[in-house]
Write a protein that binds this ligand. Structure first.
Ligand code: PMP
Length: 288
């Protein structure tokens, strides 16, 4: 069935939802976006996603032409119009139409696109058995090149790492920063467990300030697990007791092998499973 897409100030038919070939979002990957989940009719962590969207836009000097509350209404209206109760929202802000030169200030009107659709997740089997990953050769962009907290439309750095993963027959690749520390996976944040403590790299090591990451850290703390944000090395990943990734689409998924080294006993660990289950319930509005 054709979807209704939010374009700038109204819903239009999918076939009418068009963007100019002069839009700098297309020409230069100049824009920002969010991926958001809908669980049982509730939009998960919408306020946090909108905060990140507006902050990302601010950093790259895009002034989103509508207020946060108007954006919130537009997102809700789009979800409702498409009757999506469990799915995924893609909210995109492009720089807008400009010239063929890169000058962003030639673009006068940022474009707002909101798509609410269903989502394809990793196979259930992958959650039960855990996934294998590799270390990418592609280095994460230096934080002084592009702040990692900006969720920009320019994903080439991550895409190069994803290509390495697929070439090696695994779904994800771990990216390291200029100093050799773990940054993040190509589309997810990284966590390990060592001696009962949960570790994740700080965002300044080169990772997105993941919404799932923040919720998982909160759930861990609420359940008496110490959470530490610190630089991690490849060694730390290799000798971890448990290893998992977090993201809006992936939720919480265990990693059981990296670069041919088995993690723990080769199955998703107990803390990973507990956090996955509690995240699952929290996202669906179930508390225990
Ligand atoms: N890092 C990158 C590069 C991402 O694209 C994403 C989102 N898919 C994440 C981390 C996870 O962030 P979130 O939990 O907000 O989806």
């Amino acid at each position: 069935m054709a979807l209704k897409i939010w374009l700038n100030d109204k819903l239009v038919d999918q076939s009418q939802a068009c963007i100019s070939v002069y839009d700098h979002g297309l020409l230069y990957g100049d824009g920002v976006f969010e991926g958001i989940r809908i669980y049982s009719g509730r939009i998960f962590e919408l306020a946090a996603h909108l905060k990140r969207l507006y902050e990302s836009a601010r950093v790259i000097r895009i002034e989103i032409p509508i207020s946060v509350s108007a954006m919130l209404d537009a997102v809700e209206e789009t979800v409702k119009a498409n009757g999506i109760t469990d799915g995924y929202i893609r909210l995109v802000i492009t720089r807008g139409i400009g010239t063929l030169g890169i000058n962003p200030f030639a673009c006068k009107k940022p474009q707002i696109i909101i798509i609410a659709d269903t989502i394809r997740m990793y196979r259930e089997e992958l959650y039960e058995k855990g996934m294998k990953v590799i270390s990418a050769c592609t280095m994460r962009c230096h934080p002084l090149s592009l702040p990692p907290q900006v969720k920009s439309l320019n994903y080439l750095n991550n895409i190069l790492a994803k290509i390495e993963a697929i070439d090696n027959g695994v779904p994800e690749a771990i990216m390291y920063n200029h100093a050799g520390y773990v940054a993040e996976a190509s589309g997810d944040n990284v966590f390990i467990v060592k001696n009962g403590v949960l570790y994740t790299p700080p965002t300044h090591a080169g990772s997105l300030d993941g919404i799932t990451r923040a919720v998982v850290m909160r759930i861990a703390a609420e359940n008496g697990i110490k959470v530490v944000e610190d630089n991690l090395t490849r060694f730390d990943l290799y000798v971890s007791d448990e290893f998992f990734l977090t993201g809006t689409a992936a939720e919480v998924i265990g990693v059981i092998e990296i670069d041919g080294r088995q993690i723990g006993d080769g199955k998703p660990g107990a803390i990973t499973k507990m956090l996955r289950e509690k995240f699952f319930n929290c996202a669906r509005g179930r508390t225990d």
